[in-house]
Design a protein around this ligand. Structure first.
Ligand SMILES: Nc1ncnc2c1ncn2[C@@H]1O[C@H](COP(=O)(O)OP(=O)(O)OP(=O)(O)O)[C@@H](O)[C@H]1O
Length: 308
């Protein structure tokens, strides 16, 4: 087995009745990088995470995790997971529960308590350590679940929807926590929040209807050069687009769905000088307001184009 991969699947399938949740999946996830797992609803992301963790068994094919079968005892302290629907006991404070989980991981009593406080601090929940789960908001519980996934020094961390339901500021905090872990562990993040994937991941595995749609470096999908993405205040009119297309440096224009107000302008890679200024000038000439201006294409546009 190639030791450069944290996870290898071979012809992996999971079937429920006649339906395949994951089908004939061959994927190799590199060690020590962060990989995003994305795809539309029902693509098979959670099923793949569950197969990797050994929560469910394959109908066919194999999964290899850090050189072992998913359920191997040796993996217990080496792999950690944030499940999509993490639950806590109602009657114990989060500090007590995290301390118990640390003890189960092999920490001695004192060290377990220290570890629980360390991870609660990482997710900014020290002040809430004595609260019962029912006294906490959805976002606080999510952070507790993330804290639990950070205990010990896992080599492989699987995060299923780490920022779902979190407000923008807490999402940024969680992103910072994940960034801090990046050179210490292999991380897999499944999320519908594509800016989280774009900001954190080196590679992306895209699933569709249980099958592998693509596995690429994020920079190969998100064209950094030769494109500018603009979030406009209004959907561009036909007249505005004709005017913009007439500029000699514009190679092509892609317009998102009306609700998105997004426009991607592709330009000649030979003519990069002052492109941003030229575009801003055209926007001004055509009285087009904008909210955001990004170099390159966004993962969001790739996904919208490919999964209409
Ligand atoms: N226990 C189950 N019994 C029957 N079908 C299931 C079960 N678990 C998953 N499926 C089906 O397998 C497919 C993949 O589901 P999965 O939850 O893995 O997708 P997902 O990519 O995580 O979706 P989402 O983005 O909506 O969370 C779906 O069609 C789902 O209905």
């Amino acid at each position: 087995m190639n030791s450069g991969f944290a996870i290898t699947t071979r012809q992996l399938s999971k079937q429920y009745g006649a339906q395949f949740a994951v089908q004939n999946l061959d994927v190799e996830i590199k060690k020590n990088i962060t990989t995003g797992l994305i795809g539309p609803n029902g693509a098979g992301k959670t099923t793949l995470m569950s197969l990797i963790c050994g929560f469910i068994k394959p109908s066919d094919g194999t999964v290899n995790v850090l050189g072992q079968e998913p359920n191997a005892v040796d993996l217990k302290s080496r792999v950690s997971i944030l499940p999509q629907d993490a639950h806590f006991l109602k009657s114990l404070s989060v500090k007590v529960q995290l301390t118990m989980l640390a003890e189960l991981q092999g920490f001695a009593k004192q060290a377990a308590r220290k570890e629980a406080l360390r991870v609660l601090d990482l997710v900014d929940l020290i002040e809430a350590q004595n609260k019962l789960p029912e006294q906490m908001s959805h976002g606080m519980l999510k952070r507790c679940a993330i804290a639990q996934a950070l205990m010990g020094e896992p080599e492989l961390i699987l995060l299923d929807e780490p920022t779902a339901g979190l407000d923008p500021s807490t999402t940024d905090n969680i992103k910072a926590v994940i960034k801090n872990l990046q050179n210490k562990a292999t991380i897999i993040i499944s999320s519908h929040n594509l800016s989280v994937i774009e900001d954190l991941c080196h590679e992306v595995v895209i699933l569709d209807k249980g099958r592998l749609h693509a596995h690429r470096e994020i920079d190969q999908i998100v064209v950094k050069q030769q494109a500018l993405t603009i979030k406009l205040t209004d959907h561009p009119t036909a007249e505005q687009l004709v005017h913009l297309k007439a500029a000699d440096w514009v190679k092509d224009i892609k317009v998102g769905k009306p609700g998105s107000c997004v426009m991607v302008v592709y330009y000649d890679p030979q003519q990069t000088d002052g492109i941003e200024i030229s575009l801003l000038q055209v926007l001004k000439d055509m009285n087009m307001g904008y909210r955001e201006f990004t170099k390159g294409e966004r993962l969001q546009e790739y996904m919208t184009d490919n999964f209409k």
